[in-house]
Design a protein around this ligand. Structure first.
Ligand code: SAH
Length: 589
């Protein structure tokens, strides 16, 4: 067995809720004021202790005292006693019930700067009472450090969101931490705070008050994939089942919807999500309800069935781009279509995103088809936007027949399919002379969540499995089961056969986990949270282009060399390798 080896030297990054807990701040300069402000935002009760008390305090602290936000105590008026140290006598009673101590009067430039010896005594006093201390400029006297933080704006301007981020460099560069924080904030969509708050509200609506213990209802329930099927709704559903089904939907929405759409959710939209309806984007332009006068001159509606490619917006075809940006009145999008592609659609175009969650695919599909026919019947140009290529597990066939039956012949525009682009982005050639002469693409999940029959092993064939990563263990078991049975048609797969899990191919957070069929389940588990969507690539092509390459798999034809081949590729020790991010060069595209 092998799990990630911990690499010490990091901090345990926690965020504390301090409602009315006591914080003691020593010093009354601008740094003390800034610590006080952070602590006030966390609703704590603050006592500032400094030589000279209020008279020597900085303007901000004096103002906050006037506002009754905190109190300032003069160090010199604290009770002194003849026994023990000055620090012990002065601080002793103040330390009772204190949660944290911040010593700020050790900062350079402070007029009454506290010396090292006194700071050490304070540190020891607190240590003896298990009170964590931060001592400015003395890293060895710190149990915790402050992160560079940012609180995001809430849905209404001027309000604060529940979303905060903190950046730490573990004492290696405060300035740089501030800049990294600013750059992260700059990269996030500005509505991200509002999105968090809206999701919070929706979570509240998802679970009936008091009925269920909070811990039973985590959105993920400890599972590392949000793609577990949402249990079908049953007439005998209990409150808890109902609440956990709804929480699952909240998790799905949090994972897939663009931040801007989450931020713009109204309570009505949330109700629709929780009831299992489709979601309509907030912008519903007037073109959707043409006036009576325009009825007779209206053109006949059209439907385009287009593919978005695997994720990177530059992999859209020009045809799809034109349909989305120039032709569409209404875009009906699949849930998996990446936010970067949705972002290209002009804001005046209405966008609906299917609520095609596991367990709810059928309903969402029908609703989307009906919405397309309804809008096209009103003369609108409808773009049905599918992820990847519309005919690769995209139900394009059903839609073509449905639209045709309603008098609309859709234009089907192919897209770059993840089945081919996924391997390429992972450095794996789907076919390769000397390694893989054929390619099979299949799904890991059958209709209505049933098992599928996977193809048997062929040395010269690459197998790409879509929609199977959430059920990885079952898929691998079917490939390795010596008895073919109903789950596999043909030869059993060798244990050491290379496999790659390619997640979010072509997106900035792309991740590739490579291993063998024997170890892949543990490899993926050890890599942390899954990042849907993901696919599997199975076969010798997975190692063909690694390093200096190995393209003799078929020519050598010596299967006993295979273990050596795998060891050369993966190394002796761990049994897998994880690669993060896009291949070099894609940032320029
Ligand atoms: N029509 C799509 C496939 C739809 S099925 C296409 O041609 O790509 C959905 C499955 O596609 C997902 O479960 C996943 O297996 C795969 N998939 C889609 N986009 C992906 C991506 N960017 N990276 C990895 N897998 C992806």
């Amino acid at each position: 067995m092998s799990f990630p080896a911990p690499q010490g030297g990091a901090s345990l990054v926690l965020s504390f809720r301090l409602r009315n807990r006591k914080i003691l701040i020593l010093g009354s300069g601008p740094l003390a004021a800034s610590r006080a402000f952070s602590a006030l935002e966390a609703d704590s009760a603050i006592t500032v202790i400094a030589k000279g008390g209020l008279t020597s305090a900085c303007d901000e602290l004096r103002w906050r005292v006037q506002q009754q936000q905190l109190r300032v105590v003069d160090w010199d008026t604290l009770p002194q006693s003849s026994s023990g140290t000055e620090e012990e006598a002065s601080l002793g009673s103040h330390l009772t019930d204190t949660s944290f101590v911040c010593v700020t009067d050790t900062v350079l430039g402070e007029p009454n700067r506290r010396g090292r010896a006194s700071a050490e005594r304070i540190y020891r006093l607190c240590r003896a009472r298990n009170i964590p201390v931060n001592t400015t400029d003395m890293p060895d006297l710190c149990d915790f450090s402050f992160t560079a933080t940012h609180r995001f704006e809430g849905p209404l301007s001027g309000t604060r969101s529940a979303l905060q981020i903190g950046v730490t460099t573990n004492g290696q560069g405060c300035r740089l931490a501030g800049r990294v924080k600013r750059e992260i904030v700059g990269l996030l969509p500005k509505e991200v705070g509002a999105a968090v708050d809206q999701v919070g509200i929706m979570r509240g609506l998802a679970r009936p008050l008091d009925a269920v213990e909070e811990h039973e209802l985590c959105e993920d329930s400890g599972m590392s994939t949000p793609n577990r099927p949402v249990p079908a709704r049953s007439p005998t559903e209990t409150e808890v089942e109902r609440a956990s089904r709804r929480m699952k939907w909240v998790a799905q929405v949090s994972e897939y919807w663009p931040i801007s759409r989450l931020a713009a959710m109204t309570e009505h939209d949330m109700g629709e999500v929780l009831a299992g309806e489709c979601y309509t984007s907030p912008s519903a332009p007037s073109t959707l309800s043409p006036s009576i006068h325009s009825l007779d001159i209206r053109q006949k509606g059209r439907i385009f069935l287009v593919g978005s490619g695997p994720g990177h917006p530059s992999l859209l075809t020009i045809a799809t781009h034109t349909a989305l940006t120039k032709l569409a009145d209404l875009v009906l999008s699949d849930k998996l279509v990446p936010a970067a592609v949705l972002a290209l659609i002009p804001p005046t175009v209405q966008v609906r995103i299917a609520k095609k969650f596991p367990g709810n695919a059928e309903g969402a599909q029908n609703e989307m088809m009906e919405a397309a026919v309804e809008a096209a019947s009103r003369g609108l140009t409808v773009v049905r936007l599918k992820q990847g290529d519309p005919v690769v597990y995209g139900r394009a066939g059903e839609e073509v027949l449905h639209f045709r039956a309603h008098g609309f012949e859709p234009v089907v525009v192919p897209g770059v399919t993840s089945a081919l682009a996924g391997p390429t982005f992972a450095g794996i050639p789907a076919t390769q002379r000397g390694v893989a002469e054929a390619l099979a693409v299949c799904t890991g999940v059958g209709r209505a969540g049933r098992d599928v029959q996977l193809p048997g092993y062929e040395r010269a064939r690459t197998l790409v499995v879509l929609m199977g990563v959430a059920r990885l263990a079952a898929v691998v078991a079917a490939l390795l089961d010596p008895a073919a049975g109903a789950r596999r048609a043909g030869a059993v797969y060798p244990l050491h056969l290379p496999i790659a899990i390619v997640e979010r191919a072509s997106m900035p957070d792309q991740r590739v986990v490579v291993s063998t069929l024997r170890d892949i389940v543990r490899a993926l588990e050890s890599a942390g949270e899954q990042r849907p969507p993901g696919l599997m690539v199975i076969g010798w092509a997975v190692l063909a282009l690694w390093g200096t390459g190995d393209v003799g798999v078929l020519d050598d034809g010596v299967e006993r060399d295979d273990e050596v081949r795998v060891t050369r590729w993966l190394g002796e020790d761990v049994g897998w390798r994880v690669t993060e991010g896009l291949p070099t060069g894609w940032d320029a595209l």
